[in-house]
Design a protein around this ligand. Sequence first.
Ligand code: SF4
Ligand code: SF4
Length: 75
Amino acid sequence: MAKFIGAVVVEIETCKGCNLCVVACPTSVLDLSSEANSKGYNFSHMANSADCVGCSACANVCPDACITVYRVKTA
Ligand code: SF4
Ligand code: SF4
């Protein structure tokens, strides 16, 4: 079975810090940053980037389409 490694990019200024993506990630990659964007929201970021499998669960759940997922096939 092919394996994937993934990475996500979060649109920091669009993120409202709702935490839905953090909860949705099956491998606990995401967390809310201690830093805030210009609107005062603690945005989501990759706290544990090595475990991203590119499944897109985070992007699918984000109500504001802030997340872009990149996947690379490894085997
Ligand atoms: S693509 Fe999947 S594994 Fe990667 S951060 Fe999003 S939910 Fe987590
Ligand atoms: S689901 Fe979207 S708006 Fe909510 S914290 Fe994650 S990236 Fe931000």
